[in-house]
Design a protein around this ligand. Sequence first.
Ligand code: CUA
Length: 188
Amino acid sequence: MTLQDSAHGNAGVAERTEKRWATISVAIVVVLAVMAAVTGIHQGTMPQARVETTDPTRLHLSGEFIESNLGTAAEPDGTVTVRAIGQQYSFTPACILVPAETTINLRATSADVVHGILIQDTNVNTMLVPGYISQQFMRFERTGDYLMPCQEFCSFGHEGMWGRVKVIDKAEFANRAKNGGRLSCVGE
Ligand code: CUA
């Protein structure tokens, strides 16, 4: 074998290796595109259609996210609105009470840094960005308890930032909601 033949052989190995890695790179892009399509189309995960802002430094003073307005509200049209805030390192309310078999409008924001709300075993998963209101519609067919961890790293207390969602029977919820006000399951 001459020196030239050997150089040719090395070039061949390099070319095959490059082709293999190029194929793997393309395959990764295809897998990501398929995942995005499945979550977006099949599971109905969509970015929200409009941008709503809020002042994170004044949440507790006035407006929609004042403490007395947090929790679950039964609206006159039969829908239910949940308002919650995330802050280092808890959610308010720490336990969200909702009825089964009802469309629920979840509206939430952050009082400090970026947090996230994820409800176990559902497609409810949204970031809470200070200054912006995150809105997501959700519906639970069965009663039960769901864990709601913070899903964005928000500094050293992140792993201890957990909330809970309690889904109760529709009639029981209507009974508890009949006096108006805001409901939660904190302490239950
Ligand atoms: Cu809040 Cu992580």
